[in-house]
Write a protein that binds this ligand. Structure first.
Ligand code: ADP
Ligand code: MG
Length: 721
């Protein structure tokens, strides 16, 4: 091809033959579905192939653009009207043939379509015409891309198919050669769909193979700690029975009084654990006991009690004189955890001697401390020293925990909270750091703040085992959620804040989400705080919380709010995660339309934590009939798992997979929302194929392909194929 074409392709990210045969059509124009204007009735959806006869661009008095096109299909005239798409005047020049897809309307005796989907198909023949994405941006018409693709396909001939034929047969998938042809030059739409399914499977399968391989490799190459702990709740229903000494299974496995700390901790709680929490703790205990390091993802809805599960795990390590680390994504959350843990662990002791042989200390109080980048130098020095001597049992912190200079004496358990903000590499660094002292890998538990869809969990966290907390503690009153669209409704919201405060409750008010530096955000929050204090919320005790405050000041404000010396906390999203004040019953979120579903759900989860009826108000001014699928989803449901699926549906996977490394392993055709079954199937088959052999010696072609996809340097393999 010429240099100009090559340049245009390169703009689309197409540099190689592989790139072009995997540059898939965005959709297809099905000529067999093509209709003639004379045969169609108003109200029908139709595909009309017509030649442009006249184009006109004009502006309305309010400054909007309207492009009007008259096109002739051989049987009649179609009037096409585009609102606010001025570029259509350039796209649809006189004489061009286009495929117009839309609903036929009748307006003043003229047949028309407004804002139809338009594809220019040039001189392409054939019944199904592929339409390639972004071709216009690159100045390369879709039909020219189609020609280049066909040319490439003709020259590549048959492709190697590394997927075992029995797998293809079982899943009723076509061969790779057929699929690559079928996706670009299908004879029918059905063929195109079947081809896409095969190729989508390949994408998902490769990902699952990589995840599975790395999981098995890690299991082979690392040596973990066999913690002296066994499942606690397997044979009992109520924790209260702990006290009665009905601990048969536990005692039989661990007769030497092990797990004294974990046991006495859970029996000290004033409530029973949910059965989901017990199941989770049992699974964790099982993993901790085994010498294979645990890598587990704990998913649970907001308020499902993940913190206690995490703490249980830390104590399982601590009681054997190992150390635990809890890593949180923000300063505020780390502080919150630190306070919670310190309070819960008051009066509990680390047992004396241990069978690890590492320690000879006598029994003493459990020591919890906190480390962040804002920890003053002197305290930091002391904490680091105590971490490496083993004087600190549990360290709570931010990213600072994986910073240079942090050495543990004997790290045994790591909890990473709200993982989606941590990278895979950071998990690895923490594991690495943890090895100091005993040379063994600590067990790792990853928690997400809000649920993520199953398919996404399998894809992004496919190398982790999964535990789901699918139960909320009893006695939660449901949260009433409303979308306030008007000033009048906003006034009612303020009224509610005042009446709840008058009843002795507390409220959060989350400031509008704005773009800008931390400083800009802090300034706007401060202004909002001043405005409310002098205006709508005058007379109430208001506190302000934002990310630019000193840790000490932030902590002071949180403490005041916790102690109910404040009625309303005006805050930026720093309160998004983890804050736990059961007396708070109102959550007001300003400009809620700027937030994502997960964030709104997380914010809402700050209320409804106690015995009182709670309210969440989403403020987003709009016309009464306006709709907003995100806000409506929140009003309709408080189920985080449902909302996660909804979010995936609305936003697609880009945002979920965004943090993963980009490259050949990207999902181009597979969709986590649509292809649920394929994701699950790919995982099952990857497990079968890899088995216990991460180098996949029985499947050399697959092993080659994975290598090619993982390492671009090695990609010759693929092109040879
Ligand atoms: P999340 O899963 O959102 O992190 P938390 O761990 O913060 O939830 O727990 C929310 C609240 O529920 C906390 O106040 C916690 O003490 C309480 N809680 C946890 N487990 C139970 C339980 N089994 N019964 C009653 N309350 C519980
Ligand atoms: Mg939490």
């Amino acid at each position: 091809m010429g240099e100009k074409t090559a340049g245009a392709l390169s703009e689309l990210g197409v540099e190689t033959v592989f790139d072009i045969v995997t540059y898939y059509p965005r959709r297809y124009v099905d000529r067999t579905k093509q209709a003639s204007l004379v045969d169609l009735a108003v109200g029908e959806e139709a595909l009309i192939l017509a030649r442009v006869r006249r184009v006109q661009l004009r502006r309305t008095r309010t400054g909007k653009t309207i492009v009007e096109v008259d096109a002739f299909d051989g049987t009649g005239y179609l009037h096409v009207i585009f609102f606010n798409q001025p570029w259509r005047a350039k796209q649809l020049k006189e004489g061009v043939e286009g495929a117009f897809f839309g609903k036929l309307e009748r307006f003043r005796r003229v047949t028309q379509m407004s804002n139809p989907i338009v594809d220019l198909i040039g001189d392409r023949t054939g019944r199904i015409v592929p339409i390639y994405p972004q071709s216009e941006r690159a100045g390369l018409p879709s039909w020219e891309i189609a020609k280049l693709v066909e040319d490439a396909l003709a020259r590549t001939g048959d492709l190697v198919d590394p997927v075992p034929t029995d797998v293809l047969d079982r899943l009723e998938l076509m061969s790779r050669t057929e699929a690559v042809r079928g996706v670009h030059v299908p004879a029918t739409i059905g063929e195109a769909m079947a081809a896409k399914r095969r190729l989508a499977f390949d994408e998902l399968f490769r990902l699952q193979l990589m995840l599975r391989k790395s999981k098995v490799e890690t299991a082979h190459s690392s040596k973990g700690i066999s913690h002296a702990v066994s499942p606690m709740f397997g044979s009992i229903v109520h924790t209260s029975r702990l006290n009665a000494g009905l601990f048969s299974e536990w005692d039989s496995v661990a007769p030497n009084g092990e797990s004294v700390l974990v046991r006495s901790f859970f029996s000290s709680l004033s409530f029973d654990l949910t059965s989901a929490q017990k199941r989770a703790l049992d699974e964790i205990a099982n993993d901790l006991r085994s010498p294979i390091p645990m890598h587990r993802l704990l998913q649970g809805d907001v308020g499902s009690g993940k913190t206690l599960v995490a703490l249980g795990m830390l104590l399982m390590a601590v009681q054997g004189r190992y150390q635990g680390a809890l890593m949180a994504p923000t300063e505020v959350l780390a502080e919150q955890h630190w306070i919670t843990l310190s309070q819960l662990l008051k009066g509990f002791n680390v047992p004396g001697s241990s069978d690890t042989g590492l320690f000879e200390d006598s029994e003493r109080q459990v020591r919890v401390d906190m480390l962040s980048s804002k920890t003053p130098a002197a305290s930091r020095r002391k904490i680091l020293e105590e971490l490496s001597s083993g004087a600190i049992d549990i360290i709570v912190g931010t990213h600072a925990l994986i910073s240079e200079g942090v050495r543990f004496h004997a790290l045994g358990a790591v909890v990473v909270d709200e993982q989606h903000r941590f990278g895979v590499e950071q998990r690895a660094v923490l594991r690495e750091r943890g090895r100091t002292g005993h040379g063994l890998d600590p067990d790792v538990l990853v928690m997400t703040a809000t649920p993520i869809p199953r398919t996404a969990a399998m894809t992004v966290f496919g190398d982790l085992d999964l535990t789901i907390l699918d139960e909320l503690p009893p006695g939660r009153t449901p949260i009433l959620t409303r979308w306030a669209k008007s000033q009048e409704e906003y006034a009612k919201v303020i009224e509610r804040v005042r009446s709840e405060v008058a009843d002795g409750r507390q409220a959060y008010l989350v400031c509008p989400l704005i773009e800008g530096s931390e400083r800009v955000i802090a300034k706007s929050a401060t202004e909002e705080f001043e405005r409310l204090r002098a205006g709508e919320l005058k007379g109430l005790r208001l506190g302000l919380l934002h990310g630019q405050m000193l840790p000490r000041d932030k902590e002071a404000v949180m403490e005041e709010f916790r102690l109910h010396r404040l009625d309303v906390l005006v805050s930026t999203t720093v309160i998004e995660v983890g804050v736990d004040v059961p007396n708070a019953t109102v959550m007001v979120i300003e400009n809620a339309d700027r937030f994502g579903i997960a964030q709104l759900h997380q914010l809402r989860g700050r209320v409804g934590r106690g015995e009182y009826r709670s309210y969440c108000y989403l403020i987003a001014l709009a016309d009464p009939e306006d709709s907003n699928p995100r806000l409506e989803a929140l009003v309709a449901s408080t189920d985080g798992f449902f909302l996660a699926e909804k979010d995936l549906e609305l936003r697609g996977e880009g945002t979920i997979l965004g943090r993963r490394q980009k490259g050949r392993s990207d999902l181009k055709l597979a969709s986590l929302a649509r292809d649920r079954d394929l994701v699950a199937t790919a995982q099952v088959i990857a497990k079968e194929v890899v088995g216990d052999d991460p180098s996949m010696t029985s499947y050399p072609a697959l092993a080659d392909e994975i290598r090619a996809f993982q390492d671009p340097e090695d990609s010759e393999f693929l092109f040879l194929g």
